[in-house]
Design a binder for this molecule. Structure first.
Ligand SMILES: O=C(O)CCC(=O)C(=O)O
Length: 287
């Protein structure tokens, strides 16, 4: 993992120095200014209803409305229906999500949930950030032909998938045509457990990885936000957001540029939530 007011107005006061305009000759002589006043009007400028001297150049400052650069936050998208969603296009390609809310039927999904809850070697690991170690706000387990490292955590090689994991891997491979060699399992014990914004963009996943994510247990909201284009500051205030409730038995496939162009997270919830297990099947290459 590596680690919104909708408008911003960047207004600059604009204007320019313009050549003076002579007072019109036709003005009534009774209201004509006296000689010294004439020259002051001619030389000066009207500013907030007052005459302000501009003695040297004979030019006056013409005020123009500030030019406004308006940056609009694209509307948030919520995906709830099955389908293929191309959420962005960039120089590096399409960011594609495929969503199958009922990939595993509910009773069967309950069964898988129980198996994984009991059988997987759950542990609370620590992320290391800026030399400091933080307990991850969730439990994890790793199965893979190679070790997997991210955010200072290393999961050792563990090639012995449980029968239930092997069964699901085979089903996913048949449905997607990909050959996965590993799975990262996350257990969110309640609504406080979460995974912060990140991208699955480790070298060991190579570029544009396909990641198949299966969910069991309580529904949690999966959120994505678009990264700023290269060269722009990493300000997410105007970033596009996509969210999808990942329910029991759902399959989400992330493909193409999703990891390069977007970040994702499971946010902490402020309502009660039951436990949830998420399995992300991946293809890992040796470092
Ligand atoms: O729990 C989820 O749905 C997402 C898990 C995740 O972001 C990850 O394993 O990288």
């Amino acid at each position: 993992m590596s680690s919104s007011s909708d408008k911003r107005r960047r207004a600059r006061v604009q204007g320019g120095w313009a050549a003076p305009q002579r007072p019109k000759k036709s003005s009534a002589s009774s209201s004509a200014p006296s000689e010294p006043e004439k020259s002051r009007i001619y030389e000066g400028q009207a500013w907030m209803g007052k005459i302000v001297d501009q003695p040297t150049t004979g030019k006056k400052f013409i005020y123009r409305e500030p030019e406004e650069e308006i940056r609009v936050k694209p509307p948030d998208k919520v995906i709830t229906k099955p389908g293929v969603y191309d959420i962005s296009e960039s120089e590096i390609g399409t960011s594609r999500l495929r969503f199958f809310p009922e990939f595993i039927e509910s009773k069967e999904a309950d069964w898988f949930y129980d198996q994984f809850y009991q059988d997987l070697p759950w542990r609370q690991r620590s992320d290391v950030k800026n030399g400091e170690s933080y307990l991850q706000p969730r439990l994890t387990a790793w199965f893979g032909e190679h070790p997997y490292s991210y955010s200072g955590v290393t999961h050792d090689k563990n090639s012995e998938m449980t029968p239930a994991l092997r069964h699901l891997k085979a089903r996913l491979e048949e449905a997607t045509g990909y050959k996965f060699n590993s799975v990262l399992a996350n257990l969110y014990r309640d609504g406080h457990d979460h995974v912060p914004w990140h991208s699955d963009d480790e070298k060991s996943l190579r570029s544009q990885p396909t990641i198949a994510s299966l969910s069991f247990g309580d529904t949690r909201n999966f959120e994505l936000r678009k990264k700023a284009p290269p060269g722009e500051d990493a300000n997410y205030e105007y970033a596009q957001h996509v969210s999808m409730p990942l329910n029991q038995g759902s399959l989400l496939i992330m493909e193409g540029a999703v990891q390069e162009d977007w970040q994702h997270r499971i946010p902490r919830e402020y309502h009660d939530r039951g436990p949830r297990i998420n399995l992300t099947f991946r293809i890992i290459y040796p470092d």
